[in-house]
Design a protein around this ligand. Sequence first.
Ligand SMILES: Cc1cc2nc3c(=O)[nH]c(=O)nc-3n(C[C@H](O)[C@H](O)[C@H](O)COP(=O)(O)OP(=O)(O)OC[C@H]3O[C@@H](n4cnc5c(N)ncnc54)[C@H](O)[C@@H]3O)c2cc1C
Length: 451
Amino acid sequence: MQNEPQGLDGPAEAGSPEADVIVVGAGMSGLVAARDLRRRGVDVIVLESADRVGGRVMGVTTALGSHLDLGGQWIGAGHHRVTALAAELGLTKYDMYTEGMPDIIDRGRRRPLVSPATLPIIPALLTVDILARTGRTDRWNDTTLDRWLQKVPGRLARRFLEVLALVSWTADLDRFSVNAMTRLVREQGGMSTILATKNGAQEALLVEGIWTLAERLAAELGSRVHTDSRVTAIERDATGATVRTVDGSYRARRVIVAVPPPVAARIHHDPPLPAQRATLERDTHMGTVYKAVAVYEQPFWRDRARGELLVLDQPGRVITDSTAPGGPGHLCMLASGPEARNLADLEPDERRRVLLDPLVPHLGKPIADPVEWHEKAWHQDEHVEGGYVVVPDPGTTAGIMPHPHEPAGILHWAGAETAAEHPGYVEGAIHAGERAAGEVAAALEQSNSFS
Ligand SMILES: Cc1cc2nc3c(=O)[nH]c(=O)nc-3n(C[C@H](O)[C@H](O)[C@H](O)COP(=O)(O)OP(=O)(O)OC[C@H]3O[C@@H](n4cnc5c(N)ncnc54)[C@H](O)[C@@H]3O)c2cc1C
């Protein structure tokens, strides 16, 4: 089938590159879909808006030779597709370093997660879990999380839940409904899975960084991946589609859009999209998240205290010790919502100071002076527009995961949020890529047998 595109006589400009399938977006989902199709002998081109592949996975190799993730990083329990892909591509998985539950830092004071002052948190967490597992929460579709949290007794418990919600779902709490939250908790396996390291969502990492998966998939696809190629329009007709980018056009029999709906909303469609997909693109937004990783010669803090913290003081943030075995110390920080936006507005030195100086009394003086500092405000990335995931607007249900992915004729959908299993995670991105590739391969085979 390779290099023999059929039925490509639609209205593209003469000389337009042609392929059986065009994949829009070189995140994990689009790359997996493209590789899967290639392996089935299908001719495929991937069009990526940014000058790099990976989308919400991205990383850095430090001067000390370690690799760190600035985007997605953890492999959760049961994420067997990421584990299998990592093994196939020769990458090494390691368990996240943990000594149990994180401590809390509140008003500069460190205290255990479970203490008399934090007791009101437990019924609130249980309520969320019970609602997620059993409740019908549709009636709370207009109630935002910030309004709901106002009813939780006690300042400390309220602030704890606020920061936990921010760093768990990266949604502004006044733009996130209680219904969306509980449905997300259900999809993600309950609060205990979301919060846990061992047997939870933060179980393991890759020594080479999860971003290396994207790099290796792209390397396998070679010149079929076109970066700096933002898709602006998809025009469908009787024989396929013309896919327009900022500086050219392509012709294909089928198209897979592996871009999250609020980001894909910038692509013009002719004919217009079916109502369900148009609503999904209109009624959702990307979360807001800032991530930083401080690098040290050694994880020296382990001699004194664990590096797993939930900081309730502004900016609320979660801190984890993502150091690989034997590697230099990696201290990872995640902040979200308005507090992340304020942080991103600061000058770089000030930002680093605001994040690290308050940790000195708890982790030791050297914490303020890392060997390297890497950071990324994902909501400022013009191609990805935010993370971790797509958030439904309050009062709507269209963006509750998993997203629908019924093809619109020759147009198919991939992306982490469409996955039936582990939506919103790298695992979901792989699952959705494989599903979309299977769907397209079957459709191509069917049309071949009729031609
Ligand atoms: C800070 C952060 C931390 C995270 N932590 C974890 C974690 O620990 N574990 C985990 O499993 N998941 C995590 N996630 C989520 C995970 O990274 C994503 O679910 C996954 O990478 C999404 O992959 P995707 O291919 O579906 O979408 P994306 O990665 O969003 O890929 C979409 C691609 O489409 C491109 N694009 C956009 N518009 C166009 C256009 N018009 N034309 C062409 N290309 C276009 C984008 O540039 C992008 O490359 C995290 C995400 C972030 C941001």
